[in-house]
Design a protein around this ligand. Structure first.
Ligand code: IMP
Ligand code: MG
Length: 201
């Protein structure tokens, strides 16, 4: 969101100290951008921050399908606040990495009126997705909406939107793993990796 409050500092991810790509992924993955241990540490820190900020409140976590699956699961189990969970399905009908028209594949079911919403996404890239989702949520009159993303590609932003909680600032490269895909593959990688150009068809 376009909040002026200083947000927890995101960590810059990447080599040279990143772990090696496991042999089974070496043909498709260029490098490990963020390893499992680094992810786990940062997710724990984000959860602690969220827990502090929302103490005494009951949260509605709204997560965007499908890329948040691993991040959400790891984040949520570290937040010990009363919360409810729902999902919004969004899909960009572009080809490959080219974004296309955004369509909603699943609508929110929970009532968020007057509630504290934590909106969770995998990557804040151009900001078009979260801008549309925030507008949709605002219409439902929540008390407040805070945005939490694992990765932030600030250099690619075209919309004036910022995350309140951001795991890592990353450069403008296409990443996969830890829930994130290319053509629906690679979501199962336990780390965030950069896709080889030869795997991008
Ligand atoms: P935005 O609308 O441009 O901010 O894009 C947000 C969505 O695009 C994210 O939720 C991701 O699903 C997808 N996306 C953006 N960059 C990447 C990437 O490097 N790898 C995988 N998905 C990405
Ligand atoms: Mg997404």
């Amino acid at each position: 969101m376009t909040s002026r409050k200083p947000r927890p500092k995101a960590r810059t991810a990447g080599p040279p100290r990143s772990p090696a790509v496991p042999a089974c992924w070496r043909n498709e993955i260029e490098c490990v951008l963020i390893g499992q241990r680094q992810i786990a540490r940062r997710v724990a820190a984000l959860a602690a921050q969220i827990q502090r900020d929302f103490t005494g409140r009951e949260l509605v976590v709204v997560s965007l399908l499908n890329g948040t699956v691993m991040f959400l699961a790891d984040l949520m189990r570290r937040i010990s606040l009363p919360l409810r969970l729902d999902f919004i399905g969004v899909s960009s009908y572009g080809k490959g990495k080219t974004p296309g028209e955004l369509i909603f594949t699943k609508e929110l079911r929970l009532d968020v009126r007057g509630r504290d919403v934590l909106l969770v996404d995998d990557i804040l890239d151009t900001g078009r997705t979260l801008t549309k989702v925030v507008a949709k949520l605002r219409a439902l009159k929540p008390r407040r909406i805070k945005i939490c993303v694992l990765l932030d590609k600030a250099a690619r932003r075209v919309e004036p939107i910022e995350a309140d909680y951001s795991g890592f600032d990353i450069p403008d490269s296409f990443v996969v793993g830890y829930g994130m895909d290319h053509a629906e593959r690679y979501r199962n990688l336990p780390f965030v990796g950069v896709l080889k150009v030869s795997s991008e068809q």
